[in-house]
Ligand binder design. Structure first.
Ligand SMILES: NC(=O)c1ccc[n+]([C@@H]2O[C@H](COP(=O)([O-])OP(=O)(O)OC[C@H]3O[C@@H](n4cnc5c(N)ncnc54)[C@H](OP(=O)(O)O)[C@@H]3O)[C@@H](O)[C@H]2O)c1
Length: 320
């Protein structure tokens, strides 16, 4: 079969022939129709991930056919028995296990779920990892409710956009930040109440004036911008964190955190129950993941370059 393979760092992925997988006892063989990129795939090609090995077929997100039915793949492998946190055997599909950037994949049958009927192959492939990560941080961890005021930072990202769609469907009032005014406008068209550009000076003060304080803030950027977030919270606020794209945080003061009784809640991927609840919610509200662009599988390296430039709004998808 054809696949996109990581053979070395800093040189993209090779589109090449690989042995077709065989399904083990508890596995199903899925004929993939579409896959989607996550920032994780880019970090891996740049060597910014633990446990990198060659060759590996990358890719955590996939939709395809299994026994004549349309399915999506849950990318969380071996979560373990504690719903509060994943166990030591937990893995994200697509390193170390071969992933979805291929014509076929052998995957535990418990990770195969029916595709929501209102989604195309490309839209369905854009859903799993961003959907389950957003579900867990928005509902399981931050317990966002109707009427709450929510800030989602860096709205151009796949998870951030899904978090906007989920929180807005649940009746929250969502504000956003982005490094691009065009992305802010697109987010408003998707249901955000408003937003500010984090490249502008004093963006936090502008946002506070525009929106007031937030019950919940969802962030994956970290870096120095994070230090401004506690001051934007209402007393009793929650900050959900699922990423650290910009690295360590300088200048974070603990005073607003303890004085305002703020909770900082880490979140990663999700349990099988999180995944199933996310699929049911997406089907009920007919939520459609935002697809930025679609590349053929053979052009996976160009798709990764597009992600590296950070110009995307939503998911970059590979058609197979
Ligand atoms: N823990 C987990 O389970 C999990 C799951 C998925 C992703 N992640 C992590 O979450 C992060 C985002 O992943 P993704 O796949 O959604 O990324 P992506 O689609 O590549 O998006 C990159 C994001 O970075 C944002 N950004 C860049 N500079 C920023 C700044 N100064 N302030 C705020 N936001 C900034 C961008 O916002 P604009 O384009 O709007 O400026 C955009 O949202 C990555 O670090 C990834 O590893 C973690």
């Amino acid at each position: 079969m054809k696949a996109l393979v990581l053979n070395a760092l800093h040189q993209g992925l090779d589109f090449q022939e690989m042995p077709a997988p065989h399904a083990g006892k508890s596995e199903g063989l899925v004929r993939l129709r579409a896959a989607a990129l996550n920032h994780r795939d880019l970090f891996i090609t740049q060597g910014l991930y633990a446990g990198i090995k060659f060759p590996t077929i990358l890719g955590s997100d996939g939709a395809g056919e299994y026994r004549g039915k349309a399915v999506v793949i849950d990318p969380s492998l071996d979560w373990g028995g504690d719903p509060r946190a994943q166990g030591r055997g937990f893995r994200v599909l697509g390193l170390p296990d071969d992933g979805t950037f291929a014509e076929q994949i052998a995957i535990p049958r418990s990770n195969i779920h029916p595709k929501p009927g209102h989604l195309s192959w490309e839209q369905a492939a854009a859903l799993p990892l961003a959907g389950v990560t957003a579900w867990r941080v928005v509902f399981t961890r931050c317990q966002i409710k109707a009427g709450e005021r929510v800030l989602i930072t860096g709205i151009g990202g796949g998870v951030a956009l899904m978090a906007l769609q989920l929180a807005a469907a649940a009746g929250a009032e969502v504000f956003v930040t982005s490094g691009s005014d065009e992305k802010l406008q697109k987010a408003v068209a998707l249901g955000a109440k408003g937003g500010v550009n984090y490249r502008n000076a004093d963006w936090d003060k502008t946002l506070k004036k525009e929106a007031g304080g937030f019950d919940v803030i969802i962030d994956s950027a970290a870096g120095n911008g994070f230090a401004l977030l506690p001051a934007l919270c209402q007393p009793g606020g929650r900050i959900g964190v699922y990423g650290g794209t910009l690295g360590k945080i300088d200048g974070l003061s603990m005073q607003p955190v303890f004085w305002k009784q703020i909770s900082i809640l880490g979140s990663t991927m999700g349990t099988r129950l999180d995944f199933k609840k996310m699929l049911a919610f997406v089907a009920k509200y007919e939520i459609v993941p935002v697809v930025d662009s679609v590349f053929p599988l053979s052009e996976g390296s160009a798709a990764l370059q597009k992600m590296d430039q950070g110009e995307q709004f939503g998911k970059i998808v590979l058609s197979i």
